[in-house]
Design a protein around this ligand. Sequence first.
Ligand code: GSH
Length: 218
Amino acid sequence: MPTDLAVLYSFRRCPYAMRARMALSYSGIPVELREVVLRDMPAALLSCSPKGTVPVLVLENGRVIEESLDIMHWALAIRDPDHWLPVDAAGQLADINGLIGSNDRSFKQQLDRYKYAERYPQQPAVVYRRAGELFLQQLEQRLAGTAWLCAGHMTLADVAIFPFVRQFAFVDKPWFDAAPYPYLQAWLDGLLASALFLGVMQKYPQWHEGDTPVVFPD
Ligand SMILES: N[C@@H](CCC(=O)N[C@@H](CS)C(=O)NCC(=O)O)C(=O)O
């Protein structure tokens, strides 16, 4: 039986889907969550978003939002109680967008090469890790000054970037824990332990057409 809610196609461990779920949960917007398996994308998803990636949000009016950042912005436009998007601060917004851009464009690529180094045998994993560390070092410098990346409080940048730093850290957690990034480690630990993150990491079975809808956050 369908709900009146927007439908979020998601994959629990996908960093893009994580940040979308975090924004929806923070904004208090319930959606119908459909957990997908990447190699078995449901026809209902592909029919409204043929590019075949998650997350995808299908609104009640049929509009399809196919990029995680756009889903975050959509949620924050409805409700942003703690100003993840700082108000009246054009410079801060530009900074947030710039940092997320660096994450999504280059750090993500380095993360993939480091995490799946066997697919990129041209270089050993440690070379890819060093490339990714340049971004970690930028974050570390920022966090030495304030507890959050772009302001004195959590912003869109922290949430949008955190799932990727998490993945990078967990490729070799003992290495990450011993690396000279104390501020970044504290930032990551804080987010990993946060109710916001833990609340979006419940496990759901793969969705199939006709299943009883799962409302998220529950
Ligand atoms: N730019 C997209 C990227 C989404 C993306 O690449 N998602 C991955 C999972 S983490 C995916 O769906 N991949 C499809 C596949 O591997 O078949 C966004 O921000 O939403």
